[in-house]
Ligand binder design. Structure first.
Ligand code: HC1
Ligand code: SF4
Length: 579
């Protein structure tokens, strides 16, 4: 252990720690705009590019960046001297001299780390002059808006995209005031390998990367007397929306969220969880079918890969076209919901599909892009997908405080769901939900303990578990984060040495609870764990915990779809992948 002193406090930390880490252990918060320590996924953005975290180290002439300076025995550090404060102020002024001053209309206003520091340092005028503003064209994709004039070259997005997600869509270009993180040849995002996972948006400290907001389109639909507006809410939203209203991470606000949506004017308040149960019906059928044929000696594509995460689907389509026969053909719950709402439910109401507007509330930004891919008769199944943050904004815009609202239920029939559906929002949840159903279908026995502890994990790496299903042992892989997904796909390409039968893949580390559209977690993985725990709590409290026991799902098959994987189910609920 190494002993140092910071601002008069004695600190003992392991050798190799940085001054920044040492300060954190004794509650000294040294500001930084570029550093990002995702220790749960063993990834640190240590570019030391912003120079906000500089400190004085006794015996050294120059200020040292706390994030990149290792501790040494006996070191004496000062984080708040006049010299340090002046240096931080100058750095901030330099950044602001090359930064648009449109805070009033910036999508990140109120969440911007640069704005927070400008406020903290009471920057009221910028003394640096003679600099030129860079001018880049805004890049507008269906999911993400890139405004590179606001890039401060912290390079957190680059770390996220290249090292955590291994997508490689972003890298630093140019020098001096023109330096930004860009796509190759500065192509628009929609012409690159970007998956729209939104993890770069989660970590961007300023307004350079933000979601493509659709709240006004939703408000207009809600105020159109000729439209029936239906909303669906993803599993992970209920575990994070409360944070936008000052509630603790992990607060469940399912009932208040339903009440808020009703008061916003939605005609039907439904739940994506209903469609998650439907997904299990289709996906578990596919899994059991492939396994049965495999056991009969047929050459079938295994392992089956889950297909509900659109960023993951984008990833495999662009990076592993040779493996496109292994994902389940089931569409995601968001899309199954849209297809069923605009067919089965529209028919029940006696309205045409173009009289109905389907809005989804998602923790994810890739869902916005996914929504554009599925349509019938030039009419999208899901018209608008808004993020958890956008919903919070809408609720506040309508002068409501979520905390003050009563708890209400979802509407029937597309609002009923099982506990299995709720845990979709956490890494491992989709495969656990599938196992709850597949177990009973394969063995013909009742599954008494529905909690598959062996596949549950709070870590963000790869997990392999071996689950007994009757006489069978199923080898299950679980991965969140696209870097981990890549490792699993490489393993499959190498001949599937672990003989995996099914794999769940979610693009965001920890699953949808950590999606690009969730309240900003600022790299705090404890928040993500609290959201995960909340979903398990909701599952525990549900009277029905298996997808195939959801009465509204049973009725949907009886009245409309006939049976899982039927011709009608295939037409409405399945898809084909394209490279
Ligand atoms: Fe997800 Fe899914 S779980 S993809 O993570 O399968 O976004 O929450 O809605 O569609 O249900 C996201 C979450 C979500 C879908 C479901
Ligand atoms: Fe990379 Fe994901 Fe951002 Fe696209 S959305 S640039 S894949 S981190």
């Amino acid at each position: 252990m190494i002993n140092i002193t910071i601002d008069g406090k004695k600190v003992q930390v392991p050798a190799g720690s940085t001054i920044l880490q040492a300060a954190q252990t004794v509650g000294i918060h040294i500001p930084t705009l570029c550093h990002l320590d995702l220790h749960d996924i063993k990834m640190v953005n240590q570019t030391a590019s912003c120079r906000i975290c500089v400190v004085e180290v006794e015996g050294r002439r120059n200020l040292a960046p706390a994030c990149a300076t290792p501790v040494a025995e006996g070191m004496v550090v000062h984080s708040n001297t006049l010299k340090v404060m002046e240096a931080r102020r100058t750095v901030l002024e330099l950044m602001l001299s090359d930064h648009p001053k449109d805070c009033l209309t910036c999508a990140k206003s109120g969440e911007c780390e640069l704005q927070d520091l400008a406020e903290l340092f009471n920057i009221r005028n910028i003394r640096v002059s003679g600099t030129s503003m860079s001018t880049y064209k805004k890049d507008i994709s269906p999911s993400i808006i890139r405004d590179m004039d606001k890039c401060i070259m912290c390079r957190r997005c680059e770390t996220m995209c290249n090292q955590v997600q291994t997508v490689g869509a972003l890298s630093a270009v140019n020098r001096g005031f023109d330096a930004v993180v860009a796509t190759s040849f500065e192509a628009p995002l929609n012409e690159t390998v970007c998956t729209y996972c939104g993890q770069c948006v989660q970590v961007c400290p300023v307004g350079a990367l933000t979601e493509h907001d659709s709240t006004w389109e939703v408000v207009e639909a809600l105020n159109d007397p000729d439209k029936i507006v239906v909303v669906q809410t993803a599993p992970a939203v209920r575990a994070a929306l409360g944070e936008e209203f000052g509630l603790e991470p992990g607060s469940l606000v399912t009932g208040q969220m339903a009440a808020a949506l009703r008061r916003l004017g939605f005609d039907y308040v439904f739940d994506t969880d209903f469609a998650a149960d439907l997904t299990i019906m289709e996906e578990a059928t596919e899994l059991v079918d492939r396994l049965t044929r495999h056991l009969n000696g047929e050459d079938v594509p295994l392992p089956l890969l889950t297909s509900c995460c659109p960023a993951w689907v984008n990833f495999i389509e662009s990076q592993y076209p040779e493996l496109l026969d292994i994902p389940s053909s089931a569409r995601s719950p968001q899309q199954m919901f849209g297809a069923i709402a605009k067919s089965y439910f529209a028919e029940k109401l006696g309205v045409r599909r173009d009289q109905m507007v389907v809005v989804s509330v998602m923790p994810c930004l890739a869902k916005k892009y996914e929504a554009t891919k599925f349509e019938d008769d030039n009419n999208q199944d899901v018209d608008y997908s808004i993020s958890t943050r956008e919903l919070a904004n809408l609720i506040k815009r309508m002068n409501m405080d979520l905390k003050e609202l009563p708890e209400e239920d979802f509407d029937d029939p597309l609002g009923e769901s099982s506990g299995a559906a709720v845990i979709f929002g956490k890494t491992g949840g989709v495969i656990e939900a599938a196992l709850r159903t597949a177990y009973e279908w394969v063995t013909g026995e009742t599954l008494e303990n529905v909690e598959f502890e062996d596949i549950r994990s709070t870590s963000y790496g790869l997990k392999v578990a071996h689950i007994k299903v009757g006489d069978l042992t199923l080898n299950i892989g679980i991965s969140s984060g696209l870097g981990n997904a890549r490792a699993l796909l490489e393993e499959i390409k190498a001949g599937n040495p672990n003989n995996l039968h099914a794999i769940e893949i979610m693009a965001c580390p920890g699953g949808c609870v950590n999606g690009g559209g969730q309240p900003y977690a600022h790299g705090d993985m404890k928040k993500i764990q609290a959201r995960q725990a909340a979903l398990y709590r909701e599952d525990c409290g549900k009277p029905i915990r298996k997808s195939h026991e959801n009465p509204s799902i049973k009725k949907l098959y009886e009245e409309y779809l006939v049976k899982p994987n039927s011709e009608k189910a295939h037409h409405l609920l399945h898809t084909q992948y394209t490279a």
